[in-house]
Structure formats: structure tokens, C-alpha cells
Design a protein around this ligand. Structure first.
Ligand SMILES: *[C@@H]1O[C@H](CO)[C@@H](O)[C@H](O)[C@H]1NC(C)=O
Ligand SMILES: *[C@@H]1O[C@H](CO)[C@@H](O)[C@H](O)[C@H]1NC(C)=O
Ligand SMILES: *[C@@H]1O[C@H](CO)[C@@H](O)[C@H](O)[C@H]1NC(C)=O
Ligand SMILES: *[C@@H]1O[C@H](CO)[C@@H](O)[C@H](O)[C@H]1NC(C)=O
Length: 452
């Protein structure tokens, strides 16, 4: 007992141990977290933006280029626009030209970036004279054919630019996808406290949504529950980047983008894939729930053992992937090492992890794809950057004796880069126990949802 108390005490007191505690299933129910007012959020986001773009000159030097040019029209923004815009900007205006350069001298009064907002073609002579003055020799344009973050220059803008700059300058333009990838993928220390709040809110929604408070077996459908999550996100003044997808898991089916449309019954294994968006950050989580059977001689008090074993296998896969994730190695290397290790431990399953941050599917190395389980061209060949967040997404196959079925145990949690331990760690632990829907539990103020 003393040991337990000491351990709990240490968990509370020492931040490095708190990180260790983050490795497992959170011990306390999640509480909905309040984010600052929109006005305060904007000022925080604006400070983050300043910190991020202040790093661009050094990034240009790292990739041995002199300038980074983005040209876009309102409603046809470059992908990078969303990662450099002011907090209160919702679009680019007219034609917006943004030029980052390596000259961060503050004495000259030269801003970085130089921004033109124009609809008169006045920008072109000014842009040419800026080029002449600085004699840039390598100018990055976002023209990559494979990587969205480095390929956001619209073709009409490219053609206009080529005409206006002429051959001499166009010969000095280069495609350097790693610049955009590293810029977008890099997370700031200041994000983490807010990201933790977002993750706790995600768990609070999961714990509420997958309870008898919301789900009535035999009445509520997966589709009803999916819309409950949408409304809940709205009620919490958050948004999302994808439709919450809820499925009843059965053998031989992979309800991916659609979820299923079933009336939820006792004995069902439920699965959700959903995320929220706030303050320029995104989450992506998959959890599983079990609907207890109350209609038998010995009503269930927990999920059947085989389901617990299946989840444990998926947890083991998470450990394997995290242990193989090292900065500098490629996504495909992490994938191969993890698959080898799984095989040596007799685990079958699939891995498909991705960076997360400015976007739900963010810039950087991908570790497997659902349709490319062993090797991913291009984005699998990228190196992992530290200071990125990763969504550890995977499933383990496990035979469920009670059902005579092999089920995919699908889970996903978000991990951040921990500078102290030099490793990726889950932001708010991970699912090791099922959310249980128990018909016998009653709640005051039921939030029962029903089909329209
Ligand atoms: C952000 O706002 C400042 C101040 O209004 C402006 O000078 C700058 O050009 C804006 N940045 C972008 C990328 O539009
Ligand atoms: C930065 O730009 C200013 C103004 O064009 C120029 O005078 C200065 O020499 C530049 N500094 C560097 C380090 O290139
Ligand atoms: C959402 O925003 C509205 C309007 O500002 C506010 O009244 C409400 O309390 C907020 N809800 C939550 C859960 O924060
Ligand atoms: C289990 O499923 C397999 C394949 O679907 C079937 O051949 C077998 O008869 C089933 N076993 C039982 C005990 O139902």
C-alpha cells in the first residue's frame, strides 16, 4: 500500500514520472476542458505564428536556398498559406504574394516575409526589382508533384509568374519539398498545454458518448451516435476535420470512411474514428467500446476476456511502433522494423501512422498506409522529424472464441515529441480498457438520441 501511495505521489509530483503515467490508460475520468476565449486564442495563435515564421530564414539556409515564393488568389490559396496566415485571416486577399528570404537584418527595415496584396499587376515590377536587388540564386516555388504541402502553387499562378519573371529568374526557381514539410511539421513547445486540453476533451466525449447516457441498445444506431458526436463538438465550441465514423465491428469487414449503419445491440463491439479542431490544431483518435449483455443469467460486468486480449495485442503494437520511431529514420524503416518485430512475437495486424498538427493528416513521414501495408513510396521514404506530433494508428487481428470470429482491434492515439526523453509519447495515455455501455445504469438528464 505504501508503495502504491508513494508511486501515486511521485506521479503527481515529478514531471518525468507524469510522462511515464501518460503511457497507460488514464486513471481518472476525463473532464471537458475550456479553451480561452476566441480573442485570447487569436492572440496566442498570432504569437505562435510569429515564432514559426521567425524560424524560416534558418530553414532556408538549412536547405541552401535564398527565398521562398508563394503566389495565390483569394479562395485558391497555396497549402502553406494556412500555416503562415495571421490568426484573424480567413482567406488570402486578391492576389497575395508572400516572399520569405534569408535576410533577417532588422536594421534595413526589410520585412520578412515581404507581402504584396494586389489586383493591378503592380506587384510584378516590384517583385522583379526585389529579385534584382538581392540577386537570389535559388528561389523555392511550391511545385512538387507528390507532396501536397510543397505543391500548392496553382497552375494559373505559375503560368502568370513565368511570363512576368521571364526565363532568367525562372531558371533560378527550384522545388525543395523538405522545406515545406519541415516547416509545417514542426510543433512549438507552446502548443502542448492546449493540445493536452483538447485530448482530454476528446476523451470526455468518448466516455460520455459510449455510455448508457447516450446509447440505448436496441434503439440508438451508429449513425445517431455519429451525429451526437458532431453536435457535441459544436456544443463545446470546437470544429472537426472529418465526420465521426462509428462502426459495429464484425469479421471480414473494414468499415473505413463510412462507418456502419446498425442499430446498436448488446454484445456489440463498437469502434469510433474521430477528431476535433481548435486553435489551428487537430486530433485523431480511435477507441473501442463494448455493449454489456444484461439479458442473460449472469449479466456481464466487463468485456469478454478475448476482447481484452485483442486490445492488449493492439497496445503491444503501439509499444512496438513507438520504440522503433527515431528521428532521421524513414517511415518505411519504422514500418519494416515494426512488422518484423510483430511477426517475431506472433502478432498479425496492420500499421498506418501519420503526422498530425496543422492538418489531421499532416506533413512528414507516413508509417504505412491502409492500402500499402509494407512499403509506401515518396511519403514513406521521408525521414521522421523530432518536434512533430504523430497519430499512432493501427489494428491487431485477434480471434474471438466466443464469436468464432477474427476481429480487427483498431485503435489510434496522438503522440507528441518529448524533448526530455527524446521519444514520442502519448499526449493523454492510451486506451487499455473498453468504454462500457451498460443498460442497467441510469443517468439523470439522459441525453438519449433517436433517429429522426
Ligand atoms: C499579417 O498581418 C500583418 C499586419 O496587418 C501584415 O503586415 C502581414 O502582411 C500579414 N501577413 C500575411 C501573410 O498576410
Ligand atoms: C539585407 O538586405 C539589406 C537591404 O537590401 C542589405 O543592405 C543587406 O546587406 C542585406 N544583408 C545581408 C546579410 O544580405
Ligand atoms: C460556447 O460559446 C458560447 C458563446 O460564446 C457560450 O455561451 C458557451 O458557454 C460556450 N460553450 C462551452 C461549452 O464553452
Ligand atoms: C467457426 O467458423 C468457421 C469458419 O467460418 C466454421 O467453419 C466453423 O464451423 C465455425 N465453428 C463453430 C464452432 O461454429
Amino acid at each position: 500500500m505504501l508503495h502504491l501511495l508513494q508511486f501515486l505521489f511521485l506521479c503527481l509530483e515529478l514531471s518525468w514520472i507524469v510522462h511515464q503515467c501518460d503511457a497507460g490508460h488514464p486513471t481518472k475520468p476525463a473532464q471537458y476542458q475550456q479553451l480561452p476565449s476566441l480573442r485570447e486564442q487569436a492572440s496566442i495563435e498570432q504569437a505562435w505564428r510569429a515564432e514559426r515564421i521567425a524560424g524560416i530564414p534558418a530553414l532556408l539556409r538549412k536547405y541552401n536556398v535564398d527565398a521562398w515564393l508563394m503566389i495565390q488568389r483569394e479562395h485558391a490559396e497555396d497549402t502553406i498559406w494556412w500555416s503562415i496566415k495571421n490568426a484573424t485571416a480567413f482567406d488570402s486577399h486578391r492576389r497575395t504574394v508572400v516572399l520569405f528570404h534569408t535576410n533577417s537584418s532588422t536594421t534595413t527595415g526589410l520585412s520578412n516575409p515581404i507581402v504584396w496584396v494586389d489586383n493591378t499587376d503592380q506587384v510584378w515590377p516590384e517583385l522583379r526589382s526585389t529579385f534584382e536587388e538581392h540577386d537570389f540564386s535559388r528561389i523555392v516555388l511550391n511545385t512538387d508533384r507528390n507532396i501536397a504541402f510543397a505543391g500548392g502553387l496553382h497552375v494559373g499562378e505559375y503560368e502568370t509568374l513565368a511570363e512576368e519573371l521571364g526565363e532568367m529568374w525562372m531558371k533560378r526557381t527550384v522545388n525543395e519539398p523538405m522545406l515545406a514539410i519541415e516547416y509545417v511539421a514542426t510543433r512549438l513547445d507552446g502548443y502542448l498545454p492546449y493540445y493536452r486540453k483538447m485530448q482530454e476533451t476528446v476523451w470526455a466525449m468518448l466516455e460520455e458518448g459510449f455510455s448508457h447516457r447516450v446509447v440505448r441498445p436496441g434503439i440508438t444506431s451508429t449513425e445517431d451516435l455519429s451525429w451526437w458526436f458532431r453536435e457535441k463538438i459544436q456544443e463545446r465550441n470546437l470544429t472537426t476535420w472529418n465526420q465521426p465514423r462509428i462502426s459495429v465491428l464484425v469479421e471480414d469487414s473494414y468499415p473505413g470512411w463510412e462507418g456502419t449503419d446498425d442499430v446498436i445491440q448488446e454484445g456489440d463491439i463498437l469502434h469510433i474514428d474521430f477528431g476535433i479542431t481548435a486553435m489551428g490544431l487537430n486530433t485523431d483518435t480511435q477507441h473501442m467500446a463494448y455493449v454489456l449483455r444484461t439479458d442473460q443469467d449472469l449479466p456481464e460486468a466487463s468485456a469478454p476476456q478475448s476482447l481484452k486480449d485483442g486490445l492488449k495485442k493492439a497496445n503491444r503494437m503501439q509499444d512496438i511502433v513507438l520504440s522503433n520511431m527515431k528521428p532521421g529514420v524513414t517511415g518505411n524503416q519504422v514500418l519494416q522494423q515494426s512488422l518484423d518485430q510483430m511477426r517475431s512475437e506472433g502478432i498479425e495486424g496492420q500499421i498506418f501512422c501519420h503526422p498530425i498538427g496543422d492538418w489531421g493528416h499532416d506533413a512528414g513521414a507516413v508509417i504505412g498506409f491502409l492500402n500499402l501495408p509494407e512499403y509506401v513510396p515518396v511519403v514513406g521514404e521521408l525521414p521522421l522529424f523530432p518536434n512533430t506530433y504523430y497519430s499512432i494508428e493501427l489494428y491487431a487481428y485477434h480471434f474471438v472464441e466466443e464469436r468464432n470470429e477474427t476481429i480487427r482491434f483498431r485503435i489510434e492515439e496522438n503522440a507528441h515529441w518529448n524533448k526530455d526523453t527524446q521519444s514520442w509519447q502519448f499526449v493523454r495515455g492510451r486506451q487499455e480498457k473498453y468504454h462500457l455501455i451498460d443498460k442497467r445504469k441510469t443517468f439523470a438528464g439522459s441525453l438519449l438520441v433517436q433517429s429522426p
